[in-house]
Write a protein that binds this ligand. Sequence first.
Ligand code: NAP
Length: 444
Amino acid sequence: MHIAIIGSGPSGLYVADSLSRKHADAQIDIFDRLATPYGLVRGGVAPDHQGTKNIVRQYERTLKKANIRFMGNVCIGQDLSYEELKTHYDVVVLTIGAFKDRQLGIQGEELTGVYGSGEIVGWYNGHPDYRDLAPQLGKKIAIVGQGNVALDLARLLAKTPNELADSDMCAHAMTALANTPVSDIYIIGRRGATEASFTAVELDELGKLDNCVPLVDASQLADPASIPADLPAAELQAKQKNLTLLQSFAENNAEDKPVHLHLVFCASPDSVLGESTVEGLRLERTRVEAGRAVATGKFFELDVDTVLTAIGYRSESVEGVPFDTQRGIIDNDAGRVEAGVYTAGWCKRGPQGVIPANRADSLAVAKLILEDLETSPPTGEKTGGQAVDALLAERAVTVISFNDWEKINAAEVAQGQAAGKPREKMVDIQSILNVVNQNNTAEV
Ligand code: NAP
């Protein structure tokens, strides 16, 4: 049996691992358009959250399995078509994630100084698509959205070079941030403190920064006792923890530290102000009714010179793959796309959930695939990698294997160690190919 998985992030790797356990004879090819594996663990997880990145040890074991191949630097829709995948593999699983920023759809969003979290996170994490972004970051920054991505952005913007020293933030971003110190960061939610989607562990980190003090207007906070007690226990506890932390922030003294991080609730962006660059952000006050943000017709302005949006992501459509343009996900029914084609992770259900949630989703999709294989077993006619290797060779595509990745990894770690960092990422394909080719020549 021949299986193709598109995307080597957590979701794809969990599907691969699960299918390989049940079908030790299946040949599984995991494609990635990047030359490096691990998707959001490399390109999304905050560079100062190295503990979270330790999960790659588990993924390495998956990629080292004898019947699994990593096929990096192969872009589906460009180097190979979706139709070709369906022709040559018995099962195709799309786990391409969601890395395109959602838009606010407000006036002024096109101004210089407005960036999506995907762009900024990709820039400081060395994603090749964003390495040349060179964002124009000012002293006063508004971040729209109150999820954990917004907190990641705020924390990393507020940290001192010393606090970032043992992170794997790319050198280009470390230098840019050191040269443009911020004074004020606003994290803006259109709903109230009780509705914010960030979690307490991440919120707590904001209170432990060297140079930055989190501030909240106490009048915007509900009493923890007012949260409906009939919520599921975990949700209730999470909200209470958030409120308790926010109440402690409300007692902070702004004079204590030079960088001020303001958590603003019940404010919905109306327009970004300015001619060509950001000169401010106009917001409308909201109130929360039955869990929804309701406009009040009262407006106010924030004096900011940068606006970052952290309001979620969309997936990218691949030519020929059924796509739900409204939701920005692959069109699917509980993971089934069409005969022999499946999807899992953020491109299946939208950009929600941390790594364990994606693992659970991938295992459910793997189970579905195994059930379908029981009723329609492979015909034995497909040749999988054999046919695809020939096509890629014919098209002069340099495929990066797991062995190549290990050389890239070693080079990044060595370069990082020289600077006291876990790694210095290679951010362009040419340097990656140079390392791979040098090592291959040395081996010959
Ligand atoms: P999120 O948790 O869904 O937060 C998105 C935020 O954007 C919400 O506050 C949402 O407000 C707001 N928003 C959406 N559309 C808006 C609009 N038009 N105007 C104003 N605000 C708008 O998403 P995320 O922060 O991108 O995180 C994605 C997933 O990754 C989450 O599951 C998150 O927990 C996870 N993650 C985890 C970590 C970590 O564990 N350290 C770090 C990063 C990300 P409403 O709630 O009102 O819609």
